[in-house]
Design a protein around this ligand. Structure first.
Ligand code: GLY
Length: 376
């Protein structure tokens, strides 16, 4: 972390996820672990079991262990191999066995220190451990800070598709230290940026316009731009989650591009060839192209979306990924989508930038045409 950036950073912002008894704070700021009490008054229990991965452990594990110890918790740590493969039944079983061997009690804390993979699998383990112990999310990637650490979605992947087995389980606290993003590889940063853009496309056209102006600076490491964007996204997500915790309605908008993205990821095989955020960038572009094909979205808005994602170095067509996808396999994976009702797929479409809506009457022939055009 750049100590000058931390010293000159404004004080952290605390954003409430207003869910009554399941409510919690998301703290956004640079250098949170240099503060005297980063965990505030949440009560960690006797033990804190940190789950992290091999990329993050050398960078931040000692800092987080020291902060937990200073807050009075005994710490123990498990370091997973990096990558989506840890989000499996076998990976979950290993974590649960390790937590039991460590003598974790229900009043103790599981601390997820890492990106979306660590957060999802550690979150699911926390939800199952003795029927639920406290979960603290410390997201270290842009994607996890703006999306996956907030809102309580936890999951593992199945051969049938991504995130198909999981639970809604809200954390007790999220600490999003934007200085941790300094160590993020550029490809991961760009992938997380796709989820940042998503909030502009859903219902914040002024934020999308801000990203058109400031996205390059954010990606180049400007700490103020990062902090502003992470706070804006967390505020947007907190509001949606507070309104619709279990995705009965509006929360589905957060899945813009994800029906396509999950199918692309499943077909690519989770081996790191296509990152989640890269698949989301392609998926959001396809969702706008589908909207235009259905006569719902002006072509100029589709072009703005495509141009902006491309200028951020993200793929916008399946073929851009360099992977050779088969149309029928993608369509078969799409049928596994969690939003499907009575066999019909739900899509998030848009009437323009910042004007997204949920639709369950999309003809699969139109989906096929849009996908096919992107495969060439
Ligand atoms: N990542 C989408 C959601 O949390 O609903």
């Amino acid at each position: 972390m750049d100590s000058n950036a931390v010293e000159s950073a404004p004080p952290p912002e605390s954003i409430d996820v207003a869910l009554g008894a399941r409510g919690y704070r998301v703290v956004v700021g640079a250098g949170l672990f240099g503060l005297p009490t980063p965990f505030g008054d949440i009560g960690l229990g006797r033990r804190a079991a940190i789950i992290t991965d091999e990329n993050i452990a050398p960078l931040y594990l000692a800092t987080v262990e020291a902060a937990l110890a200073a807050a009075g918790a005994e710490t123990t740590s498990m370091i997973l191999p990096p990558g989506e493969a840890s989000k499996s039944f076998a990976g979950l079983e290993r974590i649960l066995g390790w937590l039991l061997d460590a003598g974790m009690e229900r009043g103790d804390s599981v601390v997820a220190l890492g990106g979306g993979v660590v957060g999802d699998v550690a979150g699911l383990a926390a939800s199952l451990m003795k029927r639920g112990c406290r979960l603290i999310q410390i997201p270290t990637t842009l994607l996890a800070q703006v999306d996956s650490s907030v809102g309580g979605k936890t999951a593992i992947d199945m051969p049938q598709g991504k995130n198909l087995v999981g639970a809604f389980y809200q954390p007790g606290l999220v600490l999003a230290d934007t200085a941790m993003l300094d160590s993020l590889p550029p490809r991961e940063m760009r992938a997380g940026y796709a989820e940042v853009v998503k909030y502009g496309l859903i219902d914040k056209p002024e934020f999308f316009a801000w990203l058109e102006e400031n996205g390059a600076s954010l990606l180049a490491g400007n700490p103020q731009a990062r902090r502003y964007a992470v706070s804006a996204c967390v505020r947007a997500k907190a509001a949606i989650v507070a309104e619709d915790e279990r995705e009965q309605g509006r929360r589905a908008l957060l899945n813009l591009g994800h029906t396509f993205a999950h199918a692309l990821e499943a077909a690519a095989g989770y081996g790191g060839e296509l990152l989640h955020g890269e698949a989301v960038a392609i998926g959001m572009t396809l969702a706008f192209e589908l909207s235009a094909r259905l006569g719902r979205c002006p072509a100029a808005d589709v072009a703005r979306v495509r141009d902006h994602l491309r200028s951020a170095g993200l793929p916008v067509r399946p073929a851009d990924s360099g992977i050779s996808f088969k149309l029928d396999i993608l369509l078969a994976h799409m049928q596994q989508d969690k939003k499907a009702k009575a066999g019909r797929l739900t899509f998030i479409l848009a009437k323009g930038i910042g004007k997204s809506f949920i639709s369950d009457d999309v003809d699969m022939d139109d989906v096929r045409m849009v996908l096919e055009a992107g495969l060439e």
